[in-house]
Design a protein around this ligand. Structure first.
Ligand SMILES: *Cc1c(COP(=O)(O)O)cnc(C)c1O
Length: 387
């Protein structure tokens, strides 16, 4: 397997990023904000009627927050720390939701005191906390979805509840003086099977209908979460196709009278804008006759590449060296044997790849810097530069 840059970036863009990278010591992520801006515009064009709440956890850098603030985005916030950061960038609290269903009562109060009025929930205990700490707020209930086998980074199971419980919670929300506002789901991050949205929207439709008929509750919102694709080795449909299909599913169930729709993209907005630049530390074989080479690099599971866990996300790796390829194991620099990125899925790298050569991990703008350990083995957190 050899990676063609043109499949991932316009050549001019890549050359600009590489020229910048050449002047800096590895490891780091270089991010071209113009790509984020374009991805945001593309998403807006695909879903004209939807509001975008950027999932801050994907990349919480101030450069990203400010860019999306200026483009009119809203923000999906998961903690009081993200909240403080986005508030300090001057975003008003009516452009934020507290999307984490796992939260302390005092943190709910903190959000409420700062002016946030929209909260996700998926359990009775959390809902009761919201009713006390954020009286009168809007709540939407997250439902469980299928699709965990076709998402490269599943996000259900831990979050969401069954449809029956979602209805119970929305009724309870009303009885507790909250606004039972809508439903949310997340079909799994890097969801490659678009029909996962079909199943989720159908579930949502049933709950909308039943609550209206049986309890007189009229829901107003569907929060469709993230799950939109980035460009990795395992290819996906284009965002355009995602949008066309998902809109078709929505219209099949809701006709032209769509409820308010929220999207919460993280990965699809940011990943393709970043390149993680690393350097080969060592190349080794485990015995005189071993056919397999180990390539150790200066970045690993603990410095930004945690999504290689179970080899879930297969980042495209590019090197300047060309020629005969050989299958390798790729591992990080720390004294932890879990720090192996790819062993089962065989990456081919050039035979002449040597110590000191650079390896470029493409599509690494999201879920890298924010996942990096702060001091494991003394290595500093993964840096990023914005162009
Ligand atoms: C992480 C997360 C997202 C972002 O998902 P992507 O697949 O990265 O787009 C959206 N919504 C919620 C609630 C999340 O936790």
């Amino acid at each position: 397997m050899s990676i063609k840059i043109e499949d991932y970036y316009p050549l001019a863009t890549f050359n600009k990023m590489k020229a910048f990278a050449d002047k800096h010591e590895t490891p780091f992520v270089v991010i071209d904000t113009a790509i984020i801006s374009q991805a945001y515009d593309d998403l807006r064009a695909g879903f004209e009627f939807a509001k975008v709440y950027y999932a801050v956890k994907a990349n919480p850098a101030i450069e990203v927050i400010e860019l999306l603030r200026d483009k009119g985005s809203s923000f999906d916030i998961a903690s009081i720390y993200e909240l403080d950061k986005v508030l300090s960038a001057g975003v008003s609290p009516d452009r934020m939701s507290y999307g984490n269903t796992i939260k302390k009562a005092r943190d709910i109060r903190y959000f409420y005191d700062k002016g946030v009025r929209m909260f996700a929930t998926d359990s009775e205990a959390d809902l009761r906390n919201i009713a006390k700490a954020a009286p009168g707020a809007k709540v939407y209930v997250r439902i469980l979805t299928e699709g965990s086998t076709t998402a490269d980074w599943p996000l259900s199971r831990k979050f969401g509840c069954q449809a029956d419980m979602a209805m119970d919670l929305l009724i309870l929300a009303r009885d507790l003086g909250l606004v039972p506002y809508g439903l949310s789901f997340h079909v799994g991050s890097q969801q490659r099977d678009i029909s996962a949205w079909d199943a989720a929207i159908a579930k949502v439709k049933v709950i909308f209908e039943r609550l209206k008929e049986e309890d007189g509750i009229v829901l107003k919102l569907i929060n469709m979460g993230g799950g939109f694709p980035a460009n990795y080795i395992t290819r996906t449909n284009s965002l355009e196709t995602y949008a066309e299909e998902i809109i078709r599913f929505l219209k099949e169930d809701f006709g032209d009278d769509l409820p308010e729709i929220i999207l919460e993209p993280g990965r699809s907005l940011i990943s393709n804008a970043g390149i993680l630049v690393s350097e080969v530390v060592l190349v080794a074989r485990k015995s005189r006759t071993a056919v397999e080479r180990w390539v150790y690099v200066d970045v690993g599971k603990f410095s930004g590449l945690i999504e290689t866990m179970d080899e879930s996300i297969k980042f495209p790796i590019w090197t300047e060296k060309k020629g005969e390829m050989e299958e390798v194991v790729i591992a990080g620099p720390t004294c932890d044997s879990a720090d192996i990125m790819y062993e089962n899925y065989k990456y081919g790298l050039p035979l002449n790849l040597a110590i000191g050569d650079r390896m470029y991990w493409l599509s690494t703008g999201a879920y890298t810097t924010s996942y990096s350990a702060v001091e494991f083995n003394g290595f500093p957190p993964l840096k990023s530069y914005f162009l």
